[in-house]
Write a protein that binds this ligand. Structure first.
Ligand code: PXG
Length: 293
């Protein structure tokens, strides 16, 4: 099999030769931004929305992206083509670039763009079908006046701490509360509950990322006549929900069947969750929701 080709700053390099400097501030300080994007059947799902979010994250961090959006689109497509991928998981990274051993970003004259396109499936199919167990973690989501997760930065320690907690307690995922005690999101997913036929999901101002899958699910649900409320919710509302599920690029839609030992509904993936999952997959496969290549 041909070696995977990685895009680094305008060049496509074989994986074994695709290296970044140890002085890159992305490595030294987590100083950079990224996107995780999927392609389904030669269509990049919501590419414009992902680029919008990437450039917004970069603007907040005053990180200059060295490519225009059109050039970025082209770079992603050329990476997909170089790897012969029709279905793909794309990791798009913009790091602060090479600097010295000091965190001042002014020492980094040029940011770097890295694109990795592969086929990893991040959750086993059986897991998705059975539903997952979760816990609400002791780790609070980073506040919006700090390293806010509105910015999709390369610093995921907050999520990694929560993931470790989930691993230690033998569950699949963690759910964050914010500093006010409201439910926020998962480590790399947004969270929804279903209660009496209504969908509820926390807004970005709780500290969650504005999820592209979350937005797509809101759209799909609204079209199907399912009422959606975007508002903060409590842990108790989650424990007592009829259904709970996560959304995300990697996760798509994953049913949650347990939260801190409380069984959700009857302990099986919920009817509305499964219906939404079906509708979401149809939506994701509709070429008008993405960029063809
Ligand atoms: N919250 C956070 C903190 C995330 O990182 C989501 C919500 C879901 O957003 P989207 O736009 O994907 O619906 C994310 C997404 C990875 C990876 O490889 C991470 C994400 C997505 C894809 C891959 O770690 N995070």
């Amino acid at each position: 099999m041909a070696e995977q080709m990685i895009y680094i700053d305008g060049k496509l390099l074989p994986k074994s030769e695709a290296h970044v400097s140890v002085f890159d501030h992305g490595f030294l300080y987590g100083d950079g931004v990224f996107e995780g994007i999927r392609a389904y059947n030669s269509v990049i799902f919501k590419l414009d929305e992902h680029l919008e979010r990437l450039y917004a994250s970069a603007k907040t961090l005053m990180l200059e992206v060295p490519l225009t959006r059109d050039q970025m689109r082209e770079a992603i497509i050329s990476t997909l083509k170089a790897n012969g991928l029709r279905d793909a998981y794309i990791r798009l990274i913009v790091t602060r670039g090479v600097g010295d051993l000091g965190l001042d970003p002014r020492k980094c004259p040029k940011s770097s763009v890295i694109i990795i396109a592969g086929t990893i499936s991040l959750m086993a199919k059986e897991t998705v079908e059975r539903g997952i167990k979760t816990l609400i973690t002791w780790v609070r989501r980073d506040p919006i006046d700090g390293t806010s997760h509105e910015v999709k930065s390369m610093n995921y320690l907050n999520s990694i701490l929560a993931k470790i907690e989930a691993n230690n307690f033998g569950v699949d995922e963690a759910i964050f509360l914010n500093h006010q005690g409201y439910v926020c999101e998962g480590t790399a997913e947004n969270v929804f509950i279903v209660k009496r036929g209504r969908l509820i999901t926390p807004p970005t101002y709780t500290g969650a990322l504005a999820g592209i899958t979350q937005q797509a699910v809101i759209e799909v649900a609204s079209r199907a006549g399912i009422p959606v409320e975007v508002r903060p919710m409590s842990a108790s509302e989650v424990f007592n929900a009829d259904e709970v599920f996560f959304t995300g690029t990697a996760a798509e839609i994953i049913p949650v069947t347990m939260v801190n030992g409380r069984t959700i509904g009857d302990g099986k993936p919920g009817k509305t969750t499964l219906k939404l999952r079906g509708m979401f997959m149809e939506y994701a496969l509709d070429p008008s929701n993405g960029t063809r290549y």
